[in-house]
Design a protein around this ligand. Structure first.
Ligand code: CDP
Length: 223
């Protein structure tokens, strides 16, 4: 495969997109970008600056503060830095997960991140995962995949991951958050979650990571 290829992986929350995107990026020696981490970072920023509270959002304040915001993603470690601070753990906290989909629906936020995401597609190509990568960010991507899985399976995997990270959360809270985020992501006006017409859909409910990985390699190498 040429080294400047773009591979787009979209799909529902917690279907294994980022894990597989990283595995592909290592296999093909491409950059890897977890676009969801950037939406989480803007949400964390809005919460920490006090622009966002449970029933309050100051869109104007966030918009003017966005220009001071620098985000840097380190593909190897999957660390994300917000104005120099490593926020990789904080962006996975429940209060960020609870608000991220509503923040991601705002046109100013999407415009800000769309620009940054397109800038990241340099001469080396990349694997990027998210919700609108194959439809909006890179509609001409060389390979497009769309991941689905049953909600209970997704919630179980995410629950185990969060518990391993030491978070205090229940299975039902995780499940409800995934269902709520999917609904909000599908319903928004700008760049909603949907499968690109030319994306290949993969249900990851009953298969291992390695099985999905091998299937993706087969599809990519045979195209
Ligand atoms: O890892 P998980 O599947 O739970 O979600 P994520 O990739 O971290 O994305 C968090 C949220 O960011 C999603 O629920 C979307 O609301 C938003 N997002 C988006 O709108 N567009 C993207 N390209 C990526 C994420």
């Amino acid at each position: 495969m040429n080294s400047n290829k773009v591979i787009a992986i979209d799909g529902y929350a917690s279907t294994g997109k980022s894990t597989l995107a990283k595995m592909l990026s290592q296999h093909y020696n491409l950059n890897f970008i977890d676009s969801g981490a950037f939406y989480r970072a803007v949400t964390l920023f809005a919460l920490e600056e006090g622009f966002l509270k449970d029933n309050y959002f100051d869109q104007v304040a966030l918009e003017s503060a966005l220009e001071k915001l620098t985000l840097k993603f380190e593909p190897e470690t999957r660390f994300l830095f917000l104005n120099g601070e490593n926020i990789s753990n904080k962006i996975r906290l429940a209060r960020v997960s609870d608000h991220v989909s509503s923040i991601a629906a705002f046109p100013i936020v999407r415009k800000f991140l769309l620009y940054q995401q397109r800038q990241m597609a340099n001469e080396n190509g990349l694997v990027m995962d998210g919700r609108d990568i194959g439809t909006i960010v890179f509609p001409n991507a060389d390979h497009k995949f769309f991941f689905t899985a049953r909600p209970e399976v997704r919630a179980r995997r995410r629950y185990d991951e969060l518990i391993n990270q030491g978070q205090e959360i229940t299975f039902d809270e995780v499940l409800n958050n995934l269902i709520h985020r999917d609904k909000t992501d599908i319903a928004r006006d700008i760049a909603p979650l949907r499968k690109a017409d030319d994306a290949l859909e993969i249900d990851t409910s009953e298969v291992t990571l390695d099985q999905v990985f091998n299937y993706l390699l087969e599809k990519i190498d045979s195209k």
